[in-house]
Design a protein around this ligand. Structure first.
Ligand code: PMP
Length: 427
């Protein structure tokens, strides 16, 4: 809480809001994962449990694998789907490639790079971290110098970091890594399905996501694409791989089996979640990637314009502001109680997770099943919440700004600049 003495009337009001928020049962879920899911996906989860060898289940998995290959635009890769969250995907994706003493260069644009670091440390790799300033993209010359001097075996990139809303430009970063024969691992947990992604063309060796973000399925499935160079790195290890559930070699043949019509078994698949994923992917692949990305960009531009009209500042700079979420600073004098107050208005947002943004920012997911209705409802709820918290609000200002963008066709909005991010960071 910011700026209120414990017993002040303002504090009492905030306490009331927090108590009311705890009582709200049905809300519009607008956090950056898990995201709301479509009724068809929900209904798919109500199907009786199938055998993982049932012909229907086999076809669901085989089709989902093929669709993921398309979604990651990585025809040369073998996708893996297994039960677990994005963090498991990170561990499977990175750990297979590294042996003790191998060098891993981690490009940091927010807190999720820290997980790559821990995974690399625990596999006894030598780690170097190159960081972007808060809310900014990483400097290409800085990365080039680090690759030249450190000569990493693996470079990790967080495509969209969910703690800052920063989207890194994967293509030039991957190119720099490839020029020096490094393997490229991309965390696409908060990007795949909502941002442009071309795994093979960009030279990505491993990419991954999780079911609960832009794909629009419930949490619980990790999805990883493994390219030929990544596979060779696992095959050619000098030392035994200490992982078991995380071993590429246990998963790749099972996934290939599903696609070849000869399913094998390693760990009971999460059949109900797989059924829901299959239905969610129906919608994800219904349009070409460019159309889906344009829709996300359109929604993001409308939301970001809406909050800018309230004088609320984005954390990510305009040139690296993600389509999938917004991380924004709370107005002066308002802290984490904003999220509670918005919840009372019927919408669930998330507080900051970045240590430098805690208590002074909030996060909104606008990916997957999210359209104009959700954006306008959320902006309206933010306006009322700010009013409740004593801020001066011109009702409708954010909605009008968003409407101005929503009234344009998505394709035209695609390349339009988003509002400016944080002012230049002090040294
Ligand atoms: N990477 C990114 C970019 C994420 O946003 C998240 C989750 N918010 C993770 C990794 C970890 O995923 P999970 O919480 O599903 O383990």
């Amino acid at each position: 809480m910011i700026g209120h003495a414990p017993d002040s009337p303002e504090q009492e009001h905030i306490d009331e809001i927090q108590a009311a928020a705890a009582r709200v049962e049905r809300t519009l879920l607008m956090i950056p994962g898990p995201t709301a899911i479509a009724p068809e996906v929900l209904a798919a989860g109500a199907r009786p449990v199938l055998s993982h060898n049932d012909p229907l289940m086999r076809s669901f998995v085989a089709e989902s694998l093929a669709r993921l290959r398309g979604l990651f635009d990585a025809p040369s890769s073998q996708p893996i789907i297994c039960a677990g969250s994005g963090t498991l995907a990170m561990e499977i994706g990175l750990a297979n490639l590294i042996e003790p003493g191998d060098r891993v260069l981690i490009l940091e644009s927010g807190v999720f790079a820290g997980r790559f670091r821990t995974i690399a440390d625990r596999n006894r790799a030598e780690v170097r971290v190159e960081s972007a300033p808060l809310g900014r993209s990483i400097d290409l010359d800085q990365v080039k110098r680090a690759i030249e001097t450190f000569r990493p075996k693996v470079v990790t990139i967080t495509h969209v970091d969910t703690s800052t809303g920063v989207r890194l430009d994967v293509q030039p970063l991957a190119r720099l890594a490839r020029e020096r024969d490094a393997l490229v691992v991309v965390d696409g947990v908060c990007s795949i399905g909502g941002e442009e992604f071309h795994g093979d063309a960009w030279g990505v060796d491993v990419a991954f996501t999780a079911s609960q973000k832009a794909i629009g399925a419930p949490p619980g499935l990790a999805m990883i694409t493994v390219g030929p160079r990544a596979r060779a790195a696992r095959e050619n290890r000098r030392t035994e791989f200490p992982g078991y559930f995380t071993d590429f070699k246990n998963w790749l043949p099972v996934m290939e089996g599903y696609e070849a019509g000869t399913p094998a078994y390693f760990g009971t698949p999460a059949v109900t979640l797989l059924t829901m994923l299959h239905t969610a992917l129906d919608e994800v692949v219904a349009d070409p990637m460019s159309v889906r990305v344009a829709r996300h960009a359109w929604i993001a531009a409308a939301f970001k314009a809406g909050i800018a009209a309230l004088g609320i500042q984005n954390v990510a700079a305009a040139d690296c502001n993600a389509n999938t979420l917004t991380v924004a600073l709370t107005p002066e004098g308002v802290g984490d109680e904003l999220v509670d107050a918005v919840r009372v208005e019927g919408v669930t947002l998330a507080n900051a997770i970045h240590p430098e943004l805690r208590g002074r920012s909030f996060r909104v997911g606008h990916m997957g099943v999210c359209g104009p209705a959700e954006i306008l409802t959320t902006l309206g709820a933010i306006e009322r919440a700010l009013h409740r918290l004593g801020q001066r609000v011109q009702f409708g200002a954010s909605l009008a700004a968003a409407q101005g963008i929503l009234a344009e066709p998505p394709a035209r909005v695609h390349s339009r600049p988003t509002p400016a991010g944080l002012p230049p960071i002090r040294a």
